[in-house]
Design a protein around this ligand. Structure first.
Ligand SMILES: *[C@@H]1O[C@H](CO)[C@@H](O)[C@H](O)[C@H]1NC(C)=O
Length: 208
């Protein structure tokens, strides 16, 4: 009886020795593929594990009438290395989060106020979209293009979680029309006409 217990004890102690409880991100150093390097554990406080920004609505006075407030590793260093993060989405009436992708992680969205029409497109170009009401959740698989649109007449709020501490965010419209990619190249790669491209570049801050 004594011997097996001793073995179990050894197993636990050796696995504990190999496990690091956390790796709070050291935001003073650049982020690498594996995330931020670890802040000195003696400097870690409870505030590294708490993010207090999500009770306040984001500012939706912008072109898309929407605001995403991220609590990713860059804002919330306690999640660094844990493969999770969080955020808040505010959509004013008429608001939209245009087609975008999070290259680093899948997303789950829960609607807590209003109605949100959300959807994604698979690699096979099949579209999955649905109108979500309070309490509904929807998952957006990693890397796939997806969108959210306020489908009601009042402000909508959702919270989102990610399977990455730094899921990233790339918005298709800004990738196409918000930079200096020459209009002819945008036309050649999208089949859009140049007048439409120049118009969208004007709206989204692009040049060329
Ligand atoms: C919201 O953003 C707009 C546009 O940038 C700005 O003019 C306004 O002051 C901001 N409102 C708040 C409450 O920060």
């Amino acid at each position: 009886m004594i011997l097996p217990l001793f073995f179990i004890f050894c197993l636990f102690s050796s696995s504990h020795a190999a496990v690091q409880d956390f790796c709070v991100g050291d935001l003073t150093a650049p982020q690498g593929p594996a995330g931020y390097s670890c802040k000195n554990p003696s400097k870690v406080t409870v505030n590294d594990f708490v993010f207090s920004g999500l009770g306040t609505p984001g500012n939706t006075s912008n072109l898309i009438k929407a605001a995403v407030t991220p609590a990713f590793a860059a804002q919330f260093p306690g999640v660094n290395g844990l493969g999770i993060s969080f955020g808040r989405l505010d959509l004013a009436p008429g608001g939209v989060v245009p087609f975008h992708t999070h290259p680093g992680g899948s997303e789950i969205l829960v609607v807590v106020q209003g109605t949100i029409l959300a959807g994604f497109v698979s690699s096979a170009n099949t579209v999955y979209f649905k109108s979500l009401k309070k309490g509904d959740i929807m998952v957006f698989p990693q890397g796939l293009l997806h969108f959210q649109v306020n489908a009601g007449g009042s402000a909508a709020i959702a919270f989102v979680s990610f399977s990455s501490s730094s899921p990233g965010l790339q918005i298709l419209d800004y990738a196409l029309f918000g930079n200096n990619l020459p209009t002819e190249l945008v036309a050649a790669t999208t089949f859009l006409d140049t007048a439409q491209i120049k118009k969208l570049k004007g709206v989204l801050g692009g040049t060329g």
